[in-house]
Each structure stands twice: as C-alpha cells, then as structure tokens.
Ligand binder design. Structure first.
Ligand code: DGL
Length: 254
C-alpha cells in the first residue's frame, strides 16, 4: 500500500501544516503522512527528553507506514531531537531552524526580531546562530506567547488574536527590528494579524519555502523522489481526528 515516495511530516500540532503547504507546492506528486501530536501540544515548554521520546515514537510509526524521509516541521522538536533522530534512524531528516542568517543579511536597521517558543530559544542551535551574527547586528527575541493556542483553535483574526500578537511584538517593534523571523511553524498562520500590527515597515521571514526546497534536493540526491500513483495526504493524530481534519480544511483550504 505504501511505496517509497511516502514522506512523513510531524509537529506538536497543526503548525507543521504551514510547512506541508510549501512542500506540496514544490512536490505535488508525492504521498504524505502528517502526524499532529495534539495530545501533547504545545511542546514549547516541555522537557527536551520528553520531546525526543515523542519524536522517536512518531518516527517509528512513520517508518511502519513506509516513510522514506521525515520532515520535523517543528522548530522546538528539531532543537530537542534532530541530532538523536539522525543518529538512531537511517532515513533523511529535514528540520526547521529560525532563519537568523537571511534576516541578518537583509536588515537595514541592523536589528532583527525572532519569535519562537521557549524551547527553541534555549536550544544550542539557535544560540549558535544568534552568536554568529551578533557582532554585526542586534537580535531581539521573544516567545510568541499564546500564538500556538490561537492557531490550534483556528482563531487567526479578531480582537483577541490581535491583542495576543501585539503583546509579543511590542518589544521587537520598540527595539527597531525591521525583519522578524518566524521561528515556530504555527506562526505563519498568524501572518495577516502580525502584518496588521506592524504595518508595512516590517518584513517577516517564514523558513518553510526554503525547507521545502531543501527536502526536494535531498529526495533528488537520494533518488527517493518519484511520482506516486496515489498522491495525497493521510492525517494522523494522538488527539481528536475530526478536529485535525477540520483544522486541515480551515488552514489549508481543502
Ligand atoms: N510548531 C512548533 C514549533 O515550530 C511547536 C509549537 C509548540 O508546540 O509549542 O516550534
């Protein structure tokens, strides 16, 4: 039933669908299995060991469904688990990282903002990226407090969403950031409200299109990309299946 072109995508919840959306644009003929770990969402404040165990288990399940590559469509899970996953499994893993370097190259103000979860901001990969640019520019970071919950509820606009978004954006705007990195895969779904608060003077970077290109290159290199006779997506969750299917329709429009 499953063939070599199946690609596993996972996130703590529905945020990874912002990555799937970009991947599907580039690779419309592959077969996808998406896992939302909704029963354990959010990952943001959870211990790295817990997240690693979840990623291990989810990867094992994806392998049993024939996954030949795995996208960890979650910055927090990438920070906690990708090194371990790469050492324990032989399929390629594609992870997320905050787009600090492109933001540093693009800023005119010399100040960039980073919005991410607490787990991502504490991770060694992010700290390395930040220290790598800090001689030249200022990096101001903030947890997108409440953002994941808004997206999980499908509340992408309205006064409550604006108020929540404003609280986390305020320090970045006050510091003069002209580019803001979206370091959590849930956040791109809030782009309309984020843009409404900042106005046109601030640019947001969503790394998902770059991750999709990276996945395409890896599949080509490893020769595992092929047209699937039955392309599409299978949605799986540790939470409520109907809710995930509704969120999928709401966020992806199918
Ligand atoms: N979407 C995730 C990320 O990219 C996780 C958010 C969360 O569960 O806290 O970090």
């Amino acid at each position: 039933m499953y063939d070599m072109a199946t690609i596993g995508i996972m996130d703590s919840g529905v945020g990874g669908l912002s990555v799937y959306r970009e991947i599907r644009k580039l690779l419309p003929s592959e077969r996808y299995v998406y896992f939302s770990d909704s029963a354990n969402c959010p990952y943001g404040e959870k211990k790295p060991e817990f997240i690693r165990d979840r990623c291990r288990e989810i990867t094992g399940m994806m392998l049993s469904r024939g996954a030949s590559a795995m996208v960890i469509a979650c910055n927090t899970a990438t920070a906690a688990a990708i090194t371990t996953l790469r050492s324990e499994f032989s399929i390629p893993f594609i992870g997320m990282e905050p787009a600090v370097k492109p933001a540093a190259l693009g800023t005119r103000a010399g100040v960039i903002g980073v919005l991410a979860t607490a787990g991502t901001l504490k991770g060694s990969n992010y700290l390395k990226l930040k220290h790598g640019v800090e001689d030249d520019i200022k990096v101001v970071e903030h947890v997108g407090a409440g953002f994941v919950e808004l997206v999980e509820r499908g509340e992408l606009s309205g006064p409550a969403a604006e108020e929540t978004v404003k609280r986390s954006l305020r320090p970045l705007i006050a510091a003069g950031a002209d580019i803001i990195v979206l370091g959590c895969t849930h956040y791109p779904f809030l782009l309309p409200v984020l843009r409404k608060i900042t106005g046109p003077g601030v640019r947001f970077i969503d790394p998902a299109p770059a991750v999709a290109r990276h996945l395409r290159d890896i599949l080509r290199q490893k020769n595992i990309a092929m047209d699937d006779p039955d392309p599409g997506i299978e949605l799986l969750t540790s939470g409520d299946q109907r809710q995930l299917e509704n969120s999928f329709r709401h966020l992806i429009g199918q």
